[in-house]
Design a protein around this ligand. Structure first.
Ligand code: PRP
Length: 182
């Protein structure tokens, strides 16, 4: 059972639902009457994106990018690769990047730099989770769901070795599952 691998539940399904609704209300107010494009960073961001967009009360479109900063390991290499680019140009559009987690900041640092070169009208960031303690590059974040401690989190889009993304909550993975046994 997937649940047997969870050491603790950090953020419950209900807490995520409540906070997502609050963020959606804030975003709906901020972009009222304006064009809005949500850019989701695959794969982790997709669960948050679909729940967030269903709570938005303003018209918006979505596009997807895929980057890679991690291998099968749990540590960021600081190296970001684009695996899939956006389908359409973003020049003159209000772009809101939707992420599941910001950790070292390398992914968003790189992404915001390349997207800014495409001359969007505005570029902001919305992340469900923020792991400030791990930050190596300073990233201004406009919308934060939860600030979390430096624990290995899974669920609600976040994976370990591509598993656990379907959990409805954000949990902490049992350390013995990713630390080498001595
Ligand atoms: C995660 C997350 C961010 C990135 C953040 O994605 O979705 O894109 O790591 O880490 P950073 O701040 O240290 O750069 P990941 O590379 O694990 O891919 P995934 O979403 O497909 O699981």
């Amino acid at each position: 059972m997937l649940l047997d691998d969870v050491a603790e539940i950090l953020i419950t399904e209900e807490q995520i639902r409540q906070r997502t609704r609050e963020l959606a209300q804030e975003i709906s107010r901020d972009y009222e009457g304006q064009d809005l494009l949500l850019v989701c960073v695959l794969k982790g961001g997709v669960v948050f994106l679909v729940d967030l967009m269903r709570e938005l009360t303003i018209p918006h479109s979505v596009d997807f990018m895929a980057t890679s900063s991690y291998g099968a390991s749990t540590e960021s290499s600081g190296v970001v690769r684009i695996l899939k680019d956006l389908d359409a140009p973003i020049e003159g559009r209000n772009v809101l990047i939707v992420e599941d987690i910001i950790d070292t900041g390398h992914t968003l640092d790189y992404l915001t730099r390349i997207l800014r070169e495409r001359n969007p009208a505005s570029l902001r960031i919305c992340t469900l989770l923020n792991k400030q303690e791990r930050r190596e590059v300073d990233i201004p974040i406009d919308y934060i769901g939860f600030n979390i401690p430096n624990k290995f989190v899974i669920g609600y889009g976040l994976d370990f070795d591509e598993l656990y993304r379907n959990l409805a909550f954000v949990g902490v993975l049992k350390p013995e599952l990713y630390e080498p046994q001595t």
